[in-house]
Design a protein around this ligand. Sequence first.
Ligand code: ZN
Ligand code: ZN
Length: 359
Amino acid sequence: MPFRIEEVQIDGPGPGEVLVQVRAAGLCHSDLSVLEGLRKRPLPIVGGHEGAGVVMEVGAGVVGLSAGDHVAMAAVAGCGRCRVCSAGRPGLCQAVTGARAEGLLATGARRLHLGNGDRLNHYSGISVYAEYAVVAAPSLVRIDRRVPLDIAAMFGCAVVTGAGAVFNSAKVRSGSSVAVVGLGGVGLTAVMAAREAGASRIVGLDIQPDKFALARAAGATDCVDAHSPEAVQHVRELTDGGVDYSFEISGNLAAVGLAQEVTARGGEVICVGVGRTDAQFTVQQMQLVTEERVIRGSFMGGGIPQQDIPRFAAMYLDGKLPVDLLRSKHIQFAELNHGFDLLAQGGTVRQILLPHGVV
Ligand SMILES: [Zn+2]
Ligand SMILES: [Zn+2]
C-alpha cells in the first residue's frame, strides 16, 4: 500500500513530549516491509523511523532539551523504569513495544489526527515522514551541530544499529575477522565499525555485486557474491577457515544460513536483520557444543541511543565512521513512493527525504 501525501492535524507536546521540525528522514528497509504488509502496523499511520530535526517546543517535565537543539530521532526509547531499561537495554522494553503496536507514543498518547479529526497512528514513536513530529523525549538524542542534519538522520536507525552490533553486541576484537551479509545502510555501517574496531579482514557479502565498490570504500577488504555456489568456500579460504564474527543484516533465512556457514569454529553469528515473525532456523546441536559456537541477536544496536549516538557522531566527526557514504540522494515528498520502489529493487542505500525541501 503506497503512501499518500496529505495535510493532517498535530497536537502540541504533552508532558514528557517534544515538538520537532523534521529536517531529514531516511528511507529504510523496515519501512518497506510495512508497505509490503510483512510487518503489521495499525493503519492509517505516518511512516518513517529514522530522522533528524530541530526542537521547536518542549512539553512539561522535559529536561536536557530546549528549543533550537539539533536532535537525532531514534526508534529505540525505553520507559526508563522497567527491569530491562534499568539494566541499560531500552531496546527490549516491553511497555514501549506495546505502545508501538497500538500506534502510540511511548508516553501512551496519540498526537496525530486526520484532517477530519479521525485517529492517525504514530510509527515507532517517531513518524518522521512529516514536516513536524511530536515524540516522547527519550526518542530524541541531542546531536553536535557540526553533523549535518541529513547525515544525523541516519544515526537513528542505520548507524546506531550497524555500529552498535559491532561495538555493543559482538564487541569485535582487534585483529579478528568479520563477515557482513547484506550491504545496505546497516551493513555498510557495520563494515565501517569493524574497520574502526581493528578487524584485520572484513568480508562483505551481498547478492548485488554493484554494492561492492561502496563496501570497499567503507572498509571491506574483500567482497563475495552471496549467490555464488562457491561463496562459503571462498570466505573460508580468505579467512583461514572462517570468520570470528559474522553479521547477518538482511533477515532472510538463506542469508542466516550463509552467515552460519562462513563462521569459524568458536566464532559468533550476530543476527541483526528482522525477518518474518514465523521464520525459524536450525542449528546442529553437536556443532554448537563441540565447536563452541555462539548465535546472538542484536536489536537496534543493543545499546543506549543517548550514549551511543553522541559517541558515534564523534567518530563521524573524526572521520572514523564515514556515514556520508550511505547517503544516496535527497528526495521530496512527491518522490517518496518512487523512492521505496527503488529501495525494493536494491539499487540505493539511503535516500533522504527533506520534508521542508532543503536540509
Ligand atoms: Zn530502519
Ligand atoms: Zn522499560
